[in-house]
Design a protein around this ligand. Structure first.
Ligand code: ATP
Length: 902
């Protein structure tokens, strides 16, 4: 624990609230004015912690040379230099440098992408400025700002609390203590140590429950966390399981290559009559041939492009590996409100003890009427109705306002916004009252309560609104004709079902009279002796695009499950209209609670709708689904959802509604809170994974073919068909230039119609190994055969090598078209959709033309200009390989049933 006595300015916790306000010169009700806030921001600077020190770019660049592949290249460079083949040495060194440059730029690009994504997720703060509640970037907070805190918020600066309603804050980043600290507002002793400063809220700690208001007393590096200089940003991973697998694969290839090269050298030296120099050059050729130099960089680029595409579609990936996991998701558990529905709430029905009402008008505009049997009702002359409306209005945190386009909008919870609109439609006024204490709404308890003092009355009222079944348990009387009467529970239960059956979200209202000297309330104060007032039925229309997305999920073998805090009948009705569940079956939270893990494992598969759940049920559900080996994506917004999101394979937080804690626990954030965004991300995930695999399938046969060619030539004692520099040229050109086209390959038809890829499928499945070997032998064997024929025809060695080089490159270009679809037929309607493919095709021709006809390149790479007739050979072989692979794919398709991706 740090002692706060060292604070250079003040011990804010030891000052009375009035002193703090005077000292820091602010207004606790109206907040700062905008001009004052801007001038303070200029004076004190932004509310930012000092950035972590970055490694020097040169060091980061040099780190790219620390790689087994590069070591092999350097060894080759040294040997060629010793042998006096200086051109080879220079080319090899250039390739190593180019490779490091690509790695460096790729890493920078990936880091920038993540940096931008971090910006999209930047911390916001709810403040009062100019007497209005607004949301600003936490970096724009300044001394004297009045900050509002609610559950799940990350405290944006050091605050002296001036209000705390059951406020509990988890301060482990600062104190190491994970039990939330209960907050108060009373002034503390000057000796109080940091961990006991209960009237303060500190930067980077998180609100675990309750609400509060505080004055900003320290920002940026002056905050307690700033003083211990600990950045609270998590370090995102820059690699993924597939990339790690490839890197490991690359290492294995390198060791294997060195081993084979040595063996080949010994073989050539002792069993063949090779000149040592020439043999060494061949072995170096083999070493550089077998190593897929450019592959790791290309794979990272594909991932980075994927992450950017997802961000464009409002899905913000917080850690790279999830891009791959997304493609294998087999069940999506989604919240209802705001994700599947629009979260545009409108009160449509009301009920008091003997009358039902309908409410006209839609949205938050306060235009509409309360009707009973199609006749307008005056709420001011119907006291029980008026009291119901007042309760909804008083026990409420939201405010209504107009946006720049003059539309009515809510600041705060949309359910509460709908109740404020109702109040305005009722055209009534509450008596003058003062709010004294609040039990904030929490999905765990599902109600909210407010203690008020009404002017001129010698008693105090607690108004409660919440899930009606919770309120039924608290109530023992009901309001009838301005008096309290015995409670008719059955009547209300039927009414709730009736509203819920129509898909309405039902909210109950109740009140309780308490002692005049009550000043604080908590959950215990509202558990009994409550008077029930009535109900409101709220509609929340489904999102059209979510209905379509659910259909896509069904086709893609992904099950969608709705997990909601709403009433079971409401959930079933909405589920049915959206295509989730059958409208008849649903599991309720209370039944789920009774089940043991085995029973829940079955129920989790059987049901698609889970109603009246609380956040801890979500965690049990994730566990149950994962126990059936399903890859589970789970959405969440509240602070209590964090454990379930952490446990899920892909935790998805809401960008708008979600709390900071949930975002921190998630792998992905939905900037628009929309279910269909999840499905777009899954689609992109599948595309990225396919393209990664296609790239591997494309690049490795180049290395395979070259290795085959060189080993065969050593074994058969024929001429070296390619010299090391030519091999490096082919490797860099095909993998770095050509394979990049695959990163832009569109999603294949049918990708969202196949079932999810089973996790832990090895990178190189048996089919992949077979294909890579087949293509390697086809290209390697083909070129070897060609070179033998050409040599026999009397072509010069340099000419044969140049034709061999062209043959490998051009055959690979044809093979690129094979790789566009792993199993499907290459020539289809989408043949011209990927422009990148044609651009790299043209680039490749320019490169190849250059290396063949430029005297400078001829000298470096040992090539010679070709006659037009010489170009026939590469094309014949290219077309042959293309056709053979297409035939092979057709046979394989016929042999195996449609499978999950490879
Ligand atoms: P989802 O998890 O799908 O978002 P939900 O938002 O409907 O579900 P909760 O927010 O936990 O789930 O709400 C559960 C119930 O609590 C609602 O059906 C409603 O009756 C009640 N409720 C919701 N919001 C409030 C509120 N602000 N004040 C009081 N009661 C509320």
């Amino acid at each position: 624990m740090t002692n706060n006595n060292t604070h250079p300015v003040h011990q804010w916790f030891a000052l009375d609230i009035e002193e703090v306000i005077a000292d820091i010169d602010t207004n606790s009700v109206q907040g700062l004015s905008e001009p004052e806030a801007s001038s303070r921001l200029e004076k004190f600077g932004p509310n930012k912690l000092p950035e972590r020190k970055q490694e020097h770019p040169i060091i980061r660049f040099l780190k790219h040379f620390h790689d087994v592949l590069i070591y092999v290249l350097f060894a080759a460079a040294i040997i060629t230099a010793v042998l006096g083949h200086y051109i080879d040495t220079i080319v090899i060194v250039i390739v190593a440098i180019v490779n490091a440059c690509i790695g460096y730029f790729q890493e920078n690009k990936a880091e920038k992408a993540l940096e931008n994504i971090k910006k999209m997720l930047s911390l916001k703060a709810k403040v009062i400025r100019d007497n209005e509640r607004t949301e600003i970037l936490a970096t724009d907070l300044t001394l004297g700002d009045i900050v509002l805190l609610s559950p799940g918020d990350k405290v944006p600066a050091d605050l002296r609390l001036i209000r705390a309603d059951n406020l509990k804050i988890e301060e482990s980043p600062l104190t190491g203590e994970s039990v939330p600290s209960e907050k108060i507002t009373t002034t503390l002793n000057a000796e109080t140590v940091l961990g006991d400063q209960k009237n303060m809220a500190f930067t980077s700690t998180t609100v675990s429950s309750g609400t509060g208001i505080g004055i900003v007393v320290a920002i940026g590096k002056d905050t307690e966390i700033g003083k211990i200089n600990e950045m609270m940003t998590s370090v995102e991973e820059l690699t993924t399981p597939l990339l790690r697998q490839t890197a490991k694969f690359g290492q294995t290839v390198s060791f294997f290559t060195v081993f084979v090269a040595l063996a080949t050298f010994l073989f050539g030296y002792f069993l063949r009559n090779y000149d040592t120099d020439e043999l060494l050059m061949s072995v170096i050729g083999l070493a550089v041939a077998a190593i897929p130099e450019g592959l790791p960089a290309i794979l990272s680029i594909i991932l980075a492009i994927g992450v950017q595409n997802m961000a464009k579609r409002q899905a913000i990936i917080r850690n790279l590996p999830s891009v791959e996991t997304l493609g294998s998701v087999s069940v999506i558990c989604s919240d209802k409100t705001g994700t599947l529905t629009k979260n545009e709430m409108t009160v449509q029905s009301l009920a008091i003890y003997d009358t039902d009402f309908t409410v006209s008008g839609i949205g938050y505009s306060p235009e509409g009427k309360i009707l009973s049997d199609l006749t307008e009702v005056d709420a001011t002359t119907t006291p029980d109705l008026e009291r119901l409306v007042h309760c909804f209005y008083i026990c409420n945190e939201a405010t209504l306002g107009k946006d720049e386009r003059d539309n009515w909008t809510v600041k705060g919870d949309p359910t509460e916004g709908a109740l404020i609109t109702l109040y305005h439609k009722a055209n009534t006024h509450t008596p003058k009252y003062e709010r004294l204490s609040t039990v904030p709404f929490d999905s765990e308890y599902k109600y909210m309560a407010t203690l008020i003092a009404v002017e001129g009355m010698n008693k105090k009222f607690i108004y409660i609104k919440g899930a009606p079944d919770r309120l039924l348990d608290m109530s023992d009387r009901e309001q009838r004709s301005e008096a309290t009467q015995p409670f008719n529970r059955n009547y209300w239960q039927d009414k709730i079902s009736e509203f819920a059956h129509e898909g309405q979200r039902v909210i109950g209202a109740a009140y309780k009279i308490v002692d005049p000297d009550t000043t604080q309330i908590d959950h215990e104060d509202v558990q009994k002796n409550v008077v029930f007032l009535g109900l409101a039925g709220i509609i929340d229309p489904p999102r059209e695009e979510a209905i379509d997305a659910i259909k896509i999920c069904k086709e893609a073998g992904i099950t969608v499950k709705m997990i909601t805090g709403d009433h079971v009948e409401t959930a079933k009705a909405i589920g049915k209209t959206m295509g989730i569940g059958d409208g008849a079956h649903a599991l309720e939270g209370k039944d789920l609670e009774q089940m043991d893990d085995e029973a829940l494992k079955k129920a989790a598969l059987q049901y698609n709708i889970f109603a009246r759940t609380s956040p801890e049920h979500k965690l049990r559900l994730v566990n149950a689904l994962q126990a059936s080996n399903l890859i589970c994506a789970m959405t969440g917004d509240g602070v209590n959802d964090a454990p379930a999101l952490k446990k899920a394979n892909v935790g998805i937080a809401m960008g708008i509604k979600g709390t900071e804690v949930t975002k921190d626990a998630s792998e992905m954030v939905l900037a628009d809170d929309n279910f269909s965004t999840i499905v777009s991300a899954v689609k992109e995930g599948r595309r990225v994974y396919d393209n990664l695999k296609k790239t591997i399938l494309f690049v490795l046969p180049t290395n395979g073919a070259e290795s085959f060619l060189i080993m065969a030539s050593i074994i058969f004692g024929t001429m070296m068909p390619l010299i090391p520099v030519q091999i490096l040229w082919v490797n860099m050109v095909t993998s770095v230039t050509v394979s990049l086209a695959l990163a832009f390959e569109n999603i294949e038809k049918g990708t969202m119609k196949r079932s999810p890829r089973p996790v832990n499928t090895p990178l190189l499945s048996n089919y992949f190994i077979w294909r890579i070997l087949l293509v390697s032998v086809l290209i390697g064997g083909g070129t070897l055969w060609l070179s033998v024929i050409l040599l026999n025809k009397g072509f010069s060695e340099d000419l044969v090598r140049t034709i061999t080089l062209q043959t490998i490159v051009i055959t690979q270009l044809f093979h690129l078209f094979n790789c566009r679809s792993i199993r499907g037929f290459a020539i289809n309607r989408w043949f011209f959709t990927n422009k990148a493919l044609y651009i790299v095709g043209i680039l490749l021709f320019i490169f190849q033309f250059f290396i063949t006809y430029s005297p400078f390149m001829n000298r470096i790479f040992g090539t010679v200009p070709l006659a037009v007739s010489d170009w026939v050979y590469p094309y014949i072989l290219g077309i042959a390989v293309f056709i053979i692979i297409e035939i092979e794919k057709t046979i394989m398709r016929k042999l195996s049933a449609p499978s999950s991706g490879n």
